[in-house]
Write a protein that binds this ligand. Sequence first.
Ligand SMILES: [Zn+2]
Length: 162
Amino acid sequence: MTVARFWRETPRRYNLGGNRCTACQTVYFPPRAVCPTCQQHRQSIGKMEPYTLCGDGEVFSYSVVHEAAEGFEMLAPYVLALIKTPEGPLLTGQVVDVTPEEVQVGLRVRASFRKLREDGRAGVIHYGYKFSPVREKGPREAMASPASQEALARAAARVART
Ligand SMILES: [Zn+2]
């Protein structure tokens, strides 16, 4: 990728900056010049406004990549997923901070910006978004809550009586 193209792509690489048709509220990422939904009625002309995705999403489908592309050798195996965003668009990206075995459809993730690769010749470091799991309260934390401790105590008492 040339430096010029990299810089042109920077806004959406950094901000998840898409756009929205104010006629039908459909969100697009990457941004569209006109809304395909409204195009035939010409309603979207001049009605597209910038819209930044919140970065939340869940795994819609995924695959484990064992043969990494050039420049990504250090990362294999890695998980490449299609992420369904609450705004509508599907994003493609790597899922990090998780083993391939832990990734499943429906896994909640959040976008973050990471170094993607370094282009030695051009001296350009590419950054982009990747997705990491949103950690829910694990079973251990849930058991530590007063209500469940009480339940555990009652269960223990029942066991003790039998
Ligand atoms: Zn529209």
